[in-house]
Design a protein around this ligand. Structure first.
Ligand SMILES: Nc1ncnc2c1ncn2[C@@H]1O[C@H](COP(=O)(O)OP(=O)(O)OP(=O)(O)O)[C@@H](O)[C@H]1O
Length: 743
């Protein structure tokens, strides 16, 4: 099926076009928001933070200037930052949002100011404004990294400032474009120079259909480290070890995808019948969270009986604010800081910090006065020279740490940074590959000979903004999975899925229709089911709860492990039924459906709901009654989570539940949930919505006890065919109850 030159061209140019469209959409969205809103509204929308003070200007890795901001007590009663969306990492694996520090001015003035400039344009607008990438965020502090070159003519920040989010990193980030350029030069060299510089690996050829995957090598029996692995996990490990170039691991929620990856990592890093020498691995994830998840599990492994503990280094910033110490100690930054060579760099850093302090008016006897004029210029010259020296010394330390690391972990995007520039690896593993756009996956792929992808193509694809004129994703596919977007019954969805799987003929290299087509999807289409192994035992839900998703999305292949298959709330030692009736009706039923059809519980659009956020108060009251019943029967509030698709409903539910149950009970939208394990989950559907995914399925937590759905089957079934089928299934399989509030 060797891919033709024309097909390669079409594939790469389509990717470039889609990325450019995505960037335009992001810039347009940011500019619209910034020009249309004053500071107060921006803060309310989570796009700005007002009245901040600068608490530090420090030097970070790479000699970057790190500006730290907090809410000074003088302007605020609470130091805690209000809710906001300014992030230092996002779903598409980028490093952090682009934000601007500017003077805190009144609403009207701020509005004009913001509108004067488009997001992502230029760097420093006036001496009072500076743009940077969000480097770290905690509850009380936000840190921006300003590029050395951007601050080289002097940082002169206002005393009272604010931050506005200019854009997600997609807007300004070029690493993905660079990866596509590199791919193009590799496979479509325009001259001898390209040919000489960029050697095409067998892996690249296989990924693009230029060459077929090499035959799988038989490796015989494997001595597994983890003897609790189930047969599908063992098979996935074996497949990943014996595949010469690519292996995809399909892990539906709770099937132990991470568990399996950890075994693969352990196997690859030892000498065995498969590897004559321990291999060097690059482990990437679509998000910082996914990378940290693997890192935490690797750190928790027992020390090996013989030999050294695995040398693991995390490049980039751990996502969790409360990251455990082990995670922080594994970061390149901390490791580099602790090495002996670091002493040398440290001296320069101290001088550099001192010079920056003088510039910020914090020098000895400066009393807050910043040097001006020629003195300032001279100091900046000094800072520049010190920075250069620091970078060189620090570079040496970093390379030493990385050269000694057998396993390096980073987001796909971060793996394209300067620190890993000349590093190569035997294997690259990309976790949550179904939530990353293909271009970002290529960044680490260039560094390796073999690729292992893990993910679940049935869960939400990467978030894409670019829409065509008719409001559809660029271009072609309506929102969601095409197979689910027409009205079909559950049976026909199942049959169609079955047919698709059986009939699927491998295809050649096709240009993607949208950025939602991930590399995982594409390889499956290109090479058929033989390119992947699926994990088929889930450890999170009662078998009845998992039945519908298993049938519709996983061809009924998903089974519940015996530890969860029949687990009910009644099995918990903490639950104490009020009566035999409650024991049977409340604690021993896996799925309850409060169908509000006919009750006329109308939803309403939230007051300032420009995003059309909706709320259904009566439905919320049904939820509350059920929470009350669960708690009366001994279920702890901390064991309960309430999920709903709409922020307005979250707010209303919180207003009636928090006064009674405090912060223990978790209430949130599917995306915003914390991921703690819960025994009982309640879903408030509010109305028909077009998510093709039923919220609880995306849950990262254990949901083994009980699921309760509150919704109007007659409205909801007008949503996607998936929801329609789910409603039907619930009517037939759940314990359907009348949701009237007459009493
Ligand atoms: N072989 C196994 N034996 C016992 N428990 C297991 C096994 N595999 C996985 N589990 C348990 O299943 C749960 C899910 O595992 P894990 O977090 O690895 O899954 P995952 O597929 O990565 O999850 P996610 O849905 O978050 O992607 C965990 O509680 C884990 O301990």
């Amino acid at each position: 099926m060797a891919t033709s030159k024309k097909e390669l061209e079409a594939f790469i140019s389509r990717h470039k076009k889609l990325l450019a469209a995505e960037r335009d959409a992001e810039v347009e969205r940011s500019s619209l928001l910034l020009s249309g809103c004053g500071p107060k509204l921006l803060e309310q929308k989570g796009l700005g933070l007002n009245s901040l003070g600068i608490v530090g200007v420090n030097v970070g890795l790479g000699g970057k200037t790190l500006v730290e901001l907090e809410r000074p007590a003088a302007y605020h009663t609470s130091q805690v930052l209000p809710p906001h969306t300014i992030r230092y990492g996002c779903a598409t694996t980028l490093p952090g949002d682009l934000a601007r520090i500017e003077e805190n001015v009144s609403s009207a003035a701020g509005k004009n100011k913001s509108s004067s400039k488009k997001a992502g344009e230029g760097k420093i607008s006036t001496p009072q404004e500076v743009e940077g990438v969000v480097y770290k965020v905690s509850d009380t502090r936000i840190v921006l990294a300003i590029n050395p070159s951007d601050s080289s003519d002097g940082l002169d920040l206002p005393d009272r400032c604010r931050i506005v989010k200019l854009a997600n990193s997609v807007t300004y980030d070029r690493r993905m474009d660079k990866a596509l350029d590199q791919l193009q030069k590799m496979v479509l060299p325009s001259g001898e120079d390209d040919k000489k510089r960029l050697e095409v690996t067998r892996l690249t050829e296989v990924l693009l259909g230029i060459a077929k995957p090499s035959p799988v090598g038989e490796i015989g029996e494997i001595a597994f480290f983890d003897d609790t692995l189930n047969p599908s996990q063992r098979e996935a490990v074996k497949f990943a070890l014996e595949s010469p170039e690519i292996a995809c691991i399909h892990g539906p929620p709770g099937t132990g995808k991470t568990h399996t990856l950890i075994e693969i990592i352990r196997q690859l890093t030892i000498v065995s019948s498969v590897n004559a020498k321990p291999l060097r691995l690059l482990i990437c994830g679509a998000s910082n969270l996914s990378v940290d998840n693997i890192l935490e599990r690797l750190l928790a492994l027992p020390a090996p009986e013989k030999g050294d503990k695995l040398k693991v280094t995390r490049v980039g910033h751990p996502a969790r604010v409360m990251s455990n110490q082990g995670v922080l100690d594994s970061t390149l930054e901390v490791k580099a800081g602790r090495s002996e060579q670091a002493e040398l760099a440290r001296d320069v850093k101290i001088d550099l910090q001192a010079a920056l302090d003088v510039l910020a008016g914090k020098g000895k006897g400066a009393k807050g006065k910043r040097p001006r004029g020629t003195e300032r210029k001279k100091l900046w010259e000094e800072v520049k020279a010190l920075r250069k020296e620091y970078r060189q010394r620090e570079g040496g330390v970093i390379q030493t740490v990385l050269n000694e690391s057998q396993v390096v972990l980073a987001t796909c995007h971060t793996s394209g940074g300067r620190q890993l520039h000349n590093h190569t690896f035997d294997v690259v593993i990309i976790d949550e590959a179904t939530q990353a756009v293909e271009a970002v996956c290529w960044i680490p792929i260039f560094k390796a000979k073999k690729l292992i992808l893990a993910g679940d193509p049935k869960q939400l694809p990467p978030t894409i903004l670019s829409l065509d004129k008719s409001g559809r994703k660029l271009s072609g596919t309506p929102l969601g999975n095409p197979s689910l977007s027409n009205t079909k019954s559950q049976k026909s969805i199942e049959q169609e899925n079955e047919r698709k799987v059986n009939k699927r003929q491998p295809t050649g290299l096709r240009p993607p229709r949208t950025l939602e087509t991930t590399i995982f999807d594409r390889l499956e289409k290109m090479y058929g089911p033989s390119v992947k192994r699926m994990l088929t035992v889930q450890y999170r839900m009662h078998e009845k709860i998992a039945e519908f998703p298993s049938q519709v999305m996983y061809q009924s292949k998903l089974q519940a492990h015996t530890s969860v298959a029949s687990h009910l709330l009644a099995d918990l030692s903490s639950t104490t039924p009020k009566s035999d009736e409650d024991k049977a009706d409340v604690l021993s039923v896996p799925i309850v459906f409060f169908d509000t059809a006919g009750c006329e519980y109308f939803e309403r659009v939230d007051g300032d709901g420009d995003e059309g956020s909706r709320c259904n108060e009566n439905e919320a009251i049904v939820v509350k009654k059920w929470v009350d019943t669960l708690v009366e029967n001994g279920t702890g509030a901390a064991q309960i989570a309430v999920i709903t698709p709409y922020q307005a409903q979250v707010t209303f539910l919180a207003s009636i539940l928090r006064p009674l149950y405090g912060v223990d009970i978790e209430i949130g939208t599917v995306d915003g949930m914390q991921g703690r394990e819960k025994e009982a989950v309640i879903i408030s559907l509010v109305r028909s919505n077009n998510t093709r995914e039923v919220g609880f399925l995306k849950e990262k937590r254990r949901l083994n006890g009980k699921l309760c759905i509150v919704g109007d089957s007659s409205t909801v079934q007008h949503g996607s065919s998936y929801l329609k089928a789910w409603m039907k299934w619930l009517e037939e399989n759940a314990d359907v109850r009348y949701a009237g509030l007459d009493d």
